[in-house]
Design a protein around this ligand. Structure first.
Ligand SMILES: Cc1ncc(C[n+]2csc(CCOP(=O)(O)OP(=O)(O)O)c2C)c(N)n1
Length: 380
């Protein structure tokens, strides 16, 4: 007799499989720790170090944005409003672990103690990545959306095969989750149980496209279920919540438990980049609403309640931020010493005719600029 018409598929009768399926569903509410009883158990030194890092991180974004407006960088995608994700991401990794950032994550890389000038090298117009990825265990800031996710999964899988104690943490935006590479990276990681953590910073917009036009999923964390990967939904402005969720995911990966998807609900207060006008697609009232849930504010409230925030703490954080800003002004204000023509080197082994044409155009512009002296450029 054929088994084709049995009422239940053999796997459905398996209670363990049913439980595993249920366990994959993310919590409906985003994890919050600040302002809850769970926060009371947090180490005061950890909270104070988060505070210093958030305040200096905020200043980093502000100072680099200003210097970009002054022409010192080609462009800067600020992470103001998202500093809690950036700081927590840098903090959960050990030196041997790898970080795979996007263009929005310069601050996470700087928080890994990599020289800011090297981190901003690409955005200054240098043809190559400023820092050494192998030495720093940090992949280049990735501009194509999600192409670094399969890289992160592959690196983590390879490290495990080699027996190395390495976890990879890959960052992406909400827009990045619509890319094919997101699927390939997560699918591969889950099947191979690779020690990798995917952090989606859901800041509501992919440039001007709001999330509801980007995805019909109940949450981006739900996307992990389809890959067989546990997922966590977390308040991305609550630095302790992001740290808790990422810490658990990293430890799980390190212990052989495989990958995790973490969705952090956050908001970018600044425009997509300094070249974008966000008033064309989002109301000021929305920005104001999120300012009231500012990551620095949420942490300061907690510190205040625990009697940990006094003038000395504020002054110390401000002094550190001032020193960082002064260093950025001094070093980014100095000539970069870059040859714009280098941009055409190392693109293809044999340059295409279009590339040669563009190279000649730029060369001619530079020649005209030089011939017109310091006030040149009027031909534009
Ligand atoms: C493969 C690819 N397609 C399109 C783009 C153009 N692009 C640059 S940023 C962006 C939106 C990204 O939004 P999101 O992933 O949410 O990140 P956010 O900038 O908000 O941090 C797009 C479509 C790109 N960089 N790469």
């Amino acid at each position: 007799m054929t088994q084709l018409h049995t009422a239940t598929h053999p796997h459905e009768a398996d209670a363990a499989a049913l439980r595993a399926r249920e366990a994959l569903l993310p919590e409906v509410r985003a994890l919050r720790v600040l302002g809850t009883e769970q926060a009371a158990g947090a180490d005061p030194d950890l909270l104070l170090s988060f505070h210093r890092r958030l305040v200096t991180g905020r200043r980093f974004n502000e100072q680099v944005t200003t210097l970009t407006r002054q022409g010192m960088l080609a462009g800067y995608p600020s992470s103001t409003g998202q500093e809690a994700c950036q700081i927590a991401a840098a903090q959960v990794l050990r030196p041997q672990d790898w970080l795979f950032p996007t263009y929005r994550d310069a601050l996470a890389v700087v928080a890994r103690d990599i020289d800011p000038l090297q981190v901003l090298g690409l955005m200054r117009g240098d043809w190559h990545n400023g820092y050494d990825p192998r030495e720093t265990r940090t992949a280049p800031l990735c501009t194509p959306l999600a192409t670094h996710l399969p890289h992160a999964a592959g690196l983590a899988h390879a490290a495990r095969l080699a027996g190395d104690d390495v976890v990879a943490l890959a960052l992406t935006g909400d827009g990045g989750t619509s890319e094919g590479d997101f699927h390939e990276g997560l699918n591969f990681a889950a099947v191979q149980r690779a020690p990798v953590v995917f952090l989606v910073q859901n800041n509501g917009y992919a440039i001007s496209v709001p999330l509801h036009k980007q995805s019909a999923a109940p949450s981006l964390a739900h996307k992990g279920v389809g890959y067989g990967m546990p997922s966590t939904l977390v308040d991305g402005n609550d630095v302790l919540a992001v740290h808790t969720a990422l810490g658990a995911a990293v430890e799980r990966a390190r212990g052989g438990g495989g990958p995790t998807l973490v969705e952090a609900l956050t908001y970018r207060i600044d425009a997509h980049t300094n070249a974008d006008d966000s008033t064309r697609y989002r109301p000021d009232s929305e920005v104001e609403r999120w300012r009231r849930r500012d990551p620095v504010l949420l942490l300061e409230r907690e510190l205040q309640e625990r009697g940990l925030l006094d003038e000395a703490v504020r002054e110390k954080a401000e002094a550190e931020a001032d020193a960082l800003a002064a260093m950025l002004r001094r070093r980014l204000g100095a000539p970069a010493g870059l040859d714009p023509m280098d941009l055409f080197e190392h693109v293809f082994a044999e340059p295409t005719s279009q590339l040669l044409e563009q190279r000649d155009m730029l060369s001619e512009e530079l020649r005209l600029d030089a011939s017109q002296g310091p006030a040149g450029g009027a031909h534009r």
